[in-house]
Design a protein around this ligand. Structure first.
Ligand code: CTP
Length: 410
C-alpha cells in the first residue's frame, strides 16, 4: 500500500516497547515519513534490547528518547504530548498496556501517554496467554472506555514458536488505522477555538453536620459531556463541579466545590472573562441555616431542620452579564409545560434553556441518555431531542453557536 501524502506536517509520537516485534517499528517510521509526518520515537529502556536506536534516529530524523531526565530545562514530554496529532505505541507490550490502564508514569513514554490530549493508539504484541489473560482483558477494556484505540493483533506465529493470537498487526494496517484516526480528528469542527466556556456540573451538597448533607441525584454526566465536546471543539473550558464520581474531562480547568455558595464564588470569578456560560449543575435551592461542626448524636427527639433559600446563581450572574456573552441554563422538571419554561427563561435572564423531564424513564439524572426540550426567546431555536448525553452536548453547542451567530447579525 502506498502511504498517502498529507499536506500539513503533523507530529506523531511513536512509542516502542519491549517486544520481539519492535524491529517492525522501523518499517512504521518509514511509512510515517513517507506519509509526510514528523516522527518522534520514544522507546522504553527494555525496548532497546530489540530495537536499534541509531537506525531509528536516522530513519526518523530525530533523536530517540527514553527518559525525561537530561532533556534540558523545558518540560519536553509535556510539549511533545500536547503538540502531537497522535501517540502510537507499536508494539505495545502487556506490561505497557497495564501501565497505561493504571495511569503509571515512571518513564518518558508512559508520562507522555498520561500528559497527552492527543489520540492514543496502540498495537499489542505478546504471547496468546498474555493477551487473553483476564488482567490484560481488563486493562484493554479500561483503555477502550477512555477512547484509547487498540489496533488488534493478528493470529500467527509468535515469538515462542507457537501459533496463536498476539502477533502485532501488520505495519500497513497500523499505519492505515492511525491515518484514519488523525483524519477523523482533523475533520472535527474546531468552531470554539479561542472561546472561553464556563460550565457548572453535578449536584451541590449542603452540610447538615459533619457526615450528613442535603444533595440531589445529579450525576454530572451532562455537564461533563458538554465540557468534553467544548474542549474537542477548541474551547478553553473551566468546569465548576459539585461532588461527582466521574473522570474529569481531559484538558479542562477543574474547580471542585461542594456547596451552592462555593459554586457561586467559583463561577463569579470566571464568569466575567467567559464567552459562554452553561449552567448544567443541579444547585440545591435550600441550605441549612446552621450546620453542626461534628456529627449530631441521636437524642430521642425529632429533629427539625430549618432551611433557607440559596442564592439563584444563574439569575445573579445573568444580571451582571456583559455584551457578547451567551448563557444557557438547564431546567430539571417533572413535567414540561412550555409556559413554565418560558417563564423560567425570562426569570433567569438566559438566552437558551435546556429542560429535561427527570421523571421520564431512561433519561435524566444518572442516565447516559437524555431528552431535552430546548427553548429560546423567539422560539427560532426551540426543539426537542433525545439521545446520548455525548451527542446532545454537541447539539446544544451547535444551538449556542447558532444563537451567537444570529445575535451578531441583529
Ligand atoms: N440554578 C442556580 N441557582 C439555584 C438554583 C438553580 O443557578 N439556586 C440554576 C440551575 O443550574 C439551572 C437553572 O438555574 O441552570 C434552573 O434550575 P431549576 O432547578 O430547574 O430551577 P429553579 O431555579 O431551582 O426553580 P424551580 O426548582 O423552582 O423550578
Amino acid at each position: 500500500m502506498a502511504a498517502n501524502t498529507v499536506r500539513e506536517k503533523k507530529l506523531v509520537i511513536l512509542g516502542v516497547t519491549a517486544s520481539i516485534a519492535a524491529h517492525r517499528a522501523l518499517d512504521l517510521i518509514r511509512l510515517l515519513k513517507a506519509g509526510n509526518y514528523d516522527v518522534k520515537v520514544v522507546a522504553t529502556e527494555n525496548a532497546l534490547h530489540f530495537f536499534p536506536k541509531e537506525t531509528a534516529e536516522v530513519f526518523s530524523g530525530n533523536t530517540l528518547e527514553t527518559s525525561a531526565y537530561g532533556l534540558g530545562p523545558r518540560v519536553s514530554h509535556v510539549e511533545w504530548a500536547q503538540g502531537a496529532s497522535a501517540v502510537l505505541i507499536a508494539p505495545a507490550s502487556a506490561d505497557f498496556i497495564a501501565k497505561m490502564a493504571l495511569g503509571l508514569a515512571d518513564d518518558l513514554l508512559s508520562t507522555i501517554c498520561l500528559a497527552s490530549s492527543a489520540r492514543i493508539l496502540f498495537a499489542p504484541a505478546m504471547e496468546e496467554r498474555m493477551y487473553t489473560h483476564p488482567a490484560t482483558r481488563a486493562h484493554l477494556s479500561t483503555l477502550k472506555s477512555w477512547n484509547v484505540q487498540e489496533i488488534p493483533p493478528e493470529t500467527g506465529s509468535l515469538a515462542s514458536g507457537r501459533s496463536g493470537i498476539g502477533r502485532m498487526a501488520g505495519v500497513e494496517t497500523i499505519y492505515a488505522a492511525l491515518q484514519k484516526s488523525i483524519e477523523a480528528s482533523s475533520s472535527d469542527s474546531r468552531d470554539l477555538l479561542g472561546k472561553k466556556v464556563l460550565i457548572s456540573a453535578g449536584p451541590t451538597f449542603e452540610p447538615i453536620d459533619q457526615v450528613r448533607f442535603i444533595g440531589n441525584r445529579s450525576s454530572g454526566k451532562m455537564g461533563y459531556a458538554l465540557a468534553e465536546a467544548a474542549i474537542r471543539r477548541g474551547a478553553a473550558v473551566t468546569v465548576v463541579s459539585g461532588p461527582v464520581s466521574l473522570i474529569p474531562p481531559s484538558g479542562a480547568n477543574m474547580i471542585c466545590v461542594e456547596t451552592a455558595r462555593e459554586m457561586q464564588d467559583a463561577l463569579s470569578i470566571h464568569f466575567h472573562s467567559a464567552d459562554i456560560l452553561i449552567m448544567a449543575a443541579a444547585v440545591s435551592d435550600y441550605t441549612t441555616e446552621n450546620s453542626f461542626s461534628q456529627k449530631k448524636k441521636k437524642d430521642g427527639q425529632d429533629w427539625h431542620l430549618h432551611l433557607k433559600e440559596n442564592p439563584d446563581i444563574l439569575a445573579t450572574l445573568a444580571k451582571s452579564r456583559r455584551p457578547g456573552q451567551t448563557i444557557m441554563g438547564f431546567a430539571a422538571e417533572t413535567s414540561l409545560v412550555k409556559k413554565d419554561l418560558q417563564d423560567k427563561l425570562l426569570r433567569k435572564g438566559v438566552d437558551l434553556l435546556a429542560a429535561n423531564n427527570i421523571s421520564e424513564a431512561g433519561s435524566g439524572f444518572g442516565s447516559d441518555n437524555n431528552t431535552i426540550s430546548l427553548i429560546d426567546h423567539d422560539d427560532s431555536l426551540s426543539e426537542e431531542k433525545s439521545g446520548k448525553k455525548k451527542d446532545l452536548a454537541d447539539w446544544l453547542i451547535d444551538k449556542i453557536l447558532l444563537h451567537r451567530a444570529r445575535s451578531l447579525t441583529q
